[in-house]
Design a protein around this ligand. Structure first.
Ligand code: ARG
Ligand code: ZN
Length: 879
């Protein structure tokens, strides 16, 4: 059943207040919900049946205004309950039972290890009790949690504690009140025997906030970075957006079994432990970044998501795109801006662009869905963030801030739409015209800009003609042109930028502001004057618009820009673009049996980068990294997994052999005993050192096997240890089995570290990998009901292109079985795995036939979830 945005209507009834009582038990939790219900409109015009959502619930009793209902006064329907002939205003009390232990979907109230916890976004609350479970029903929540005192000393819910005490039979209770109205998806409850780390934050108005992070006992020492990140987030939101925290207490709870990264429940965030726990011994530098980013993300939701929420789930990007933009900017302010921006764009290109080109392509504001859980996507989040970033670019930082101020002024405490957000941005900026810009919200697909350039020496004029297009996506054959900000630089011979002066201006809106061109037409030409020699153009600086580019410029321009662009991002981008171009040709050569040979100017330019001592180490590590297989696949009409892998290997090997001495010298200079630090400089050193080690290993010289082994054995931090582990396994070195064993013995009690161990093995190339992955399914550290473990082992294997897409079909068969198996427990997890068939349309015909069989086998299963059905049926239709 498909749900459409156009069918949205407000609810007939509202719930303004709810009091919940939980008597917690593993398999038989009692829930009592007492709600104030009232008509939302003129009562005379309303249907008198009140329809409530409810799934996996056992109904016990219903009371209306204190009187128990008889069997003829209500009806249980599929996924819900109808209360018949209701009054205009009444108190509805429902008693029901749930089974948290049996809840492996991790949606609603469930157990993660020995902790009771909840996940209610988007539609989990209906698995706790009967409710009008949609985000435009905003209520004040009070919760009384009752549980065994010895087993569950800590009892938490949203808001502030207002009462507590002991009860008979070894039980106790705590009662919580959240004074802010909120939708049901922000509701949370936690109970457990938890360790606590506490700190304090003083807000800009001088209020003291009690900060608490709850974790499994024994993990308290791993919370420093999360706590520091939380305080930094609170300060940053005050400074950059003028937003102050509103409750007196802010709690974060870490659990191991969680479908996503984390959840912004009001005052009580629940986190995947991977985004809270971090110490140098067990977490890599990239894990530390992850913690900071997600802590920030959930904190920023308090204003963009909680105080102002979504009217319905089609508006998801309203809170997610905006909040991702905010967390990205926070991370950029805390770390190196350009490095962070490159990392964000890498994610966008390697994952969102693929989604935009595949069977589940959708606009950031979709118009329909079968299962909303399938729409927590790279598109809604990451492309959504780029759309917000474009608004920021168009309005400037001050204009954007005026817009958010207006947004909070107009909509605090409400459930609103993306239109409302744009409205606030517009009215705060002299009614800025976003009419055409809104196409970004409704059209799927990655736009392509085709650029032609010409230089008129006599007139000293330089012109660029930009033609934009966007390929058809499912359900959208024709696309209208987008309004986008396009960063441009015209770089002169000596490396300086020419001032940009447009010859003519033909539109009402300014066409250029601070080196940003406004593109609005399907095709348009911009002519610049006063350009006294032919420049090298630098396009889409800072990745100002989330698009692909094609131009008539020679490859030598990329070489020039790699060394000379004044936009650091475009230095990186030019190196990538050049490598992609050359490697794409090599993939074709390999397919045609032409011997591989790497372009000499590229080798030379790469060497210049290696030798450039002015580059920041992190930046250098990024720019020296050869484009990934996934990125190379995007440039192929029919994906060639084998040859892409081969070419990438060849290029790395060629470069490494050419610059072996220089690389080796870099490794030695960075591989020195030093006190561990998390400073950007120290992280950059580790990053570059490990990138260089990877290159050295690809020379095939066995002395680097020894070097990697030595790093593995001597490492005192997880960044170096895990990098060495992975490289040793992937290079099939003689030490591979030994390090797998050693690492396991050392870390088997740390599930987050074991996730890395699984990842390193599942991503190894060669036919024995699948056998090893299957073996690991029965390893003591693996548990298919914990999503992190499934992602590490099974998810990683689906990104192991040569093995997953092995022409024998064994990879597909394995994943198909896993999807069917995991779907019985956790449909959200299964549907993510089902997404790995997204390249279906572009597979070579033999693989396509195999995938077809797999998809049809899944569709033929009885009782597959809506989640998996939606992904698989859309993939199957995309051929
Ligand atoms: N709102 C959460 C976040 O972005 C994501 C929760 C999504 N959960 C889910 N089961 N789909 O921080
Ligand atoms: Zn979010």
């Amino acid at each position: 059943q498909t749900i459409f945005l156009k069918d949205y209507t407000p609810s007939d009834y509202l719930i303004s207040k709810i009091h919940l009582t939980f008597d917690l038990d593993d398999t038989n939790t009692q829930v009592i919900s007492k709600m104030n219900v009232s008509a939302n409109y003129d009562f005379k015009s309303l249907k008198r049946d009140l329809v409530l959502n409810g799934e996996e619930l056992t109904l016990n009793k219903i009371f209306v205004d204190g009187v128990e209902l008889g069997a003829d006064q209500y009806e249980l329907i599929e996924d819900g309950l109808v209360i018949k002939e209701v009054k205009e205003e009444f108190i509805l009390e429902i008693h029901n039972t749930i089974n948290p232990l049996a809840n492996k979907a991790l949606d609603g109230l469930y157990k993660s290890g020995s902790i009771f916890c909840t996940q209610n976004e988007p539609e989990g609350f209906r698995r706790i009790t009967y409710f009008i479970d949609r985000p435009d029903i905003m209520a004040v929540y009070t919760t009384k949690v009752i549980a065994d005192k010895a087993k569950y000393p800590v009892l938490l819910s949203n808001g502030n504690p207002i009462d507590s005490g002991d009860l008979e039979g070894g039980k106790h209770f705590v009662e919580w009140l959240d004074p802010f109205v909120k939708p049901s998806y922000l509701y949370a409850l936690v109970a457990g025997d938890l360790g606590l780390v506490q700190d304090e934050f003083t807000t800009m108005s001088g209020r003291k906030i009690d900060l608490r992070i709850y974790v499994d006992k024994g993990n308290e020492s791993k919370c420093d970075h999360a706590m520091e990140s939380l305080k930094n987030s609170m300060r940053w939101d005050e400074e950059v957006y003028g937003r102050e925290y509103d409750l007196d207490i802010y709690m974060i709870v870490a659990v191991d079994a969680f479908n996503m990264g984390a959840m912004e429940n009001k005052g009580l965030n629940i986190f995947n432990s991977a985004y809270v726990l971090a110490d140098p011994k067990t977490a890599t530098d990239s894990n530390f970044f992850g913690v900071e980013g997600v802590i920030g993300h959930e904190y920023f939701h308090n204003w963009t998501g909680n105080r102002i929420t979504c009217r319905d789930w089609f508006q998801l990007t309203l809170k997610e795109g905006l909040t991702v933009f905010r967390d990205q900017e926070f991370s950029s302010d805390m770390n190196s801006r350009v490095v962070n921006r490159i990392a964000n764009i890498k994610t966008l290109k390697s994952r969102q662009f693929v989604e935009d080109a595949g069977p589940t392509a959708h606009p950031i504001k979709p118009s329909s869905y079968i299962e909303i859980n399938n729409f927590y996507t790279m598109t809604i989040y990451e492309k959504g963030s780029e759309v917000i970033r474009m608004i920021h670019t168009l309005l400037g930082a001050d204009g954007f801030r005026k817009g958010t101020d207006k947004y909070f002024e107009l909509f605090d405490g409400q459930a609103v739409t993306t239109e409302d957000f744009i409205h606030a941005m517009s009215v705060a900026n002299d009614n800025y015209d976003f009419t055409q810009f809104k196409n970004w919200y409704h059209q799927a697909g990655t736009p392509m800009l085709d650029i032609k350039t010409s230089y008129n020496e006599a007139a000293k004029e330089y012109s660029i003609t930009v033609t934009q297009s966007c390929k058809p996506t499912p359900g959208q054959d024709e696309k209208k042109p987008y309004h986008m900000p396009f960063g441009l630089g015209l770089v002169s011979k000596d490396g300086a930028d020419f001032p940009l002066k447009l010859k003519e201006v033909f539109t009402a809106q300014p066409q250029i502001e601070e080196n940003i061109l406004h593109l609005t037409q399907e095709s348009e030409t911009f002519t610049f004057t006063g350009i006294d020699h032919e420049p090298v153009p630098s396009f889409n600086r800072g990745f100002s618009a989330p698009v692909n580019l094609k131009s008539d410029r020679p490859l030598s321009d990329f070489v020039f820009l790699m060394a000379n662009d004044n936009d650091e991002y475009n230095r990186y981008e030019s190196a990538q673009a050049l490598a992609i171009e050359l490697m794409s040709c090599l993939v074709k050569d390999a397919a045609n049996g032409v011997p591989l040979k790497l372009d000499a100017p590229f080798i030379k330019a790469y060497g210049e980068l290696i030798k450039d001592e002015s580059l920041d180490n992190s930046f250098k590590a990024l720019i020296l990294d050869i484009p990934s297989e996934g990125i190379l696949h995007q440039a192929q009409d029919v994906v060639d997994f084998e040859n892409t892998f081969k070419v990438r290997k060849f290029v790395k090997e060629t470069l490494a052999k050419t610059y072996e001495q220089e690389l080796s010298a870099i490794y030695d200079s960075l591989n020195v005993d030093k006190e561990y630090s998390l400073s950007p400089e120290a992280m950059g050193e580790r990053e570059l050192k490990n990138l260089v080690l990877g290159l050295l290993l690809s020379t095939g010289n066995s002395k680097y096997d020894d070097l990697a082994y030595e790093q593995f054995v001597k490492a005192t931090n997880m960044t170096d240890e895990f990098a060495a582990l992975t490289m040793i396994i992937h290079s099939d070195s003689k030490y591979a089995d030994e390090v797998i064993e050693k690492f396991f013995i050392k870390w088997k009690h740390e599930t987050l570290v074991m996730q890395k161990w699984l990842t390193a093995q599942a991503s190894a190339r060669g036919e024995k990998t699948l056998g090893r992955v299957k073996e690991l399914l029965s390893n003591e550290v693996y548990d298919k009901s914990v999503p992190n473990l499934v992602r590490s082992l099974i998810g990683t294997f689906t990104a192991n292109y040569t093995e997953f897409h092995n022409t024998s079909g064994v990879g597909y068969e394995f994943i198909t079985n896993q999807i069917i198996d995991i779907d019985k427990l956790n449909p959200q997890m299964a549907s993510r795995l089902a997404g790995s068939f997204k390249d279906y349309k572009r597979l070579p015909s033999d693989l396509k036939a195999l995938v077809k069989t797999s998809l049809e086998r899944i569709l033929a299963e009885k009782d597959i979830s809506r989640n998996v059905y939606e992904i698989v049926s859309k993939t199957h239709a995309d051929s």
